[in-house]
Design a binder for this molecule. Structure first.
Ligand code: MG
Length: 459
């Protein structure tokens, strides 16, 4: 059996991996898996309608009724599934990937990305091809619905709209020609912002910029924020479940900083649990502890973070890539909710965003990697665990060794024959030293494993 689902659903290149046959098969498998009415949606990609039509064909063939919400952000579809009490949802999107990609993501009845058990079930149905199809008189029907107004309404209700409209922040919004075009401008106008939009016309060729809001792709936003003396810049990825901010000086704010800033604001006066992948910066932990909260670390992947938050009753959670989860709104990353929250924080403080970010604890990250012979991954990992056994470690994903003044994390890449080693400390030299020591240990382990293998083969 092959593995279709990765960390974030099924992804691939259109016409190669992402074909109408695949979408049709997943539609039939998901129809049988969910067994009740399903909502579907898509992003702005040129291939999304083609794949959606195939998917809907498969779903309705199994007798499942389908509600098509059109082009929507992934979290908007998730909110619709949850609040309409549907059996599940499926969205066609490749999130932040370039235009030649597309993907399929399945959502359960709670609006959360499907668990790996659910995905395995859908995948098993897909590969076994034992689809029980409906006859002419029991096919599912298809209807359209507008999922957007209720979604925006809910976000508006969860922030201090009065304070935001009083402050009337000047915002430059970069929709990146993605699904955010259909929600983000409306939301910001509703909140009383003075708005300048960039790339706000939906276009699956992404003529304005690539969908991932990394610094290289949002240079124009950074420049315009500075030139127009705006209070903040906001950039979404292709399906608007993530958001990246630019401060009033036109500086890119990395996701670890916005995560920590929001955690501090949300936990103030009430504490609580914050869930984040084990690779997250100590900046977050320091802020959370100062608010009498605690951090719970998980493996990397937003569905894992969301599910842990649900189980633990967490107050807040998220990842360093700008994927932030607000459990009172819903248990998934939501770029629009995060943008609204950031505007509320700005409205509640006199300081500009650059000042609020400067007030956060400062840490330096240093990354390196060590290539290894194919097939040696598990043996290396076992040795890393043995050699770090006496130290203070968190071993939920690779090994993270905690030192008094920093940490080093050693974990194998999921896709390449390399071990990633990254370290964080208060100063750059210390971070670099920790990372180099970690990398040296991995190289040493590889050397002794190779020596062992040569020794036993020459015997
Ligand atoms: Mg995304």
């Amino acid at each position: 059996m092959g593995r279709l689902f990765g960390t974030n659903g099924i992804r691939g290149i259109v016409g190669k991996d992402m074909t109408p046959e695949l979408a049709l098969g997943i539609g039939m498998a998901a129809g049988i898996h969910f067994g009740g009415t399903v909502a579907v949606g898509r992003d702005t990609r040129t291939s999304s309608k083609m794949l959606l039509d195939s998917l809907v064909s498969g779903l309705t063939a199994t007798g499942i009724s389908v509600i098509d919400t059109g082009i929507v952000p992934t979290p908007c579809l998730q909110y619709y599934v949850k609040t309409s009490k549907l059996a599940g949802g499926v969205i066609i999107t490749a999130s932040h990937n370039p235009p030649e990609y597309n993907g399929i993501k399945c959502v359960d009845s709670l609006g959360m990305e499907c668990s790996s058990e659910d995905e395995n079930h859908i995948e098993a149905l897909y590969f076994e091809r034992k689809f029980k199809l409906s006859g002419w008189d029991s096919l599912g029907n298809l209807r359209q619905a507008d999922a957007i107004p209720r979604y925006i309404e809910d976000i508006v209700s969860r922030v201090d709209g009065e304070a935001i409209s009083r402050r009337k922040p000047k915002v430059v919004l970069d929709c990146g020609n993605g699904a955010a075009c259909f929600t983000a401008p409306d939301l910001l106008v509703r909140l009383g912002c003075e708005l300048v939009t960039l790339n706000a016309q939906p276009d699956g060729r992404f003529p304005g910029r690539l969908p991932e809001p990394v610094p290289a792709n949002i240079q124009e936003l950074m420049r315009i924020v500075k030139e127009t003396k705006a209070d903040v810049g906001i950039a979404h990825d292709g399906d608007a479940d993530r958001v990246i901010f630019v401060d009033d000086k036109g500086e890119y704010i990395f996701g670890d900083k916005s995560l920590a800033l929001m955690a501090g604001d949300i936990l103030a006066g009430r504490g609580g649990i914050v869930v984040t992948p084990v690779s997250s910066s100590s900046c977050l932990e320091e802020v959370v502890k100062s608010r009498h909260g605690e951090v719970h670390y998980t493996r990397v992947g937003s569905p894992i973070v969301a599910r842990a938050m649900y189980k633990l009753g967490a107050t807040f959670g998220g990842e360093e890539n700008g994927g932030l989860i607000f459990p009172e709104h819903q248990f998934c990353r939501d770029g629009a909710m995060a943008a609204a929250k950031m505007l509320e924080i700005l409205a509640h403080h006199r300081e500009p965003l650059s000042g609020l970010i400067a007030g956060l604890p400062q840490y330096q990250l240093y990354k390196t990697s060590v290539p290894h012979p194919p097939g040696m991954r598990d043996a290396i990992m076992e040795q890393v665990r043995k050699r770090t056994a006496g130290l203070k470690v968190i071993a939920v994903d690779g090994v993270k060794v905690i030192h008094d003044d920093g940490w080093v994390m050693i974990r194998p890449s999921g896709t390449e024959s390399i071990f990633r080693v990254f370290a964080e400390a208060r100063d750059k030299e210390k971070a670099e030293r920790l990372a180099r020591e970690g990398a040296a240990m991995v190289r040493d382990i590889i050397g002794s494993l190779e020596a062992q293998a040569n020794h036993s083969s020459s015997k």
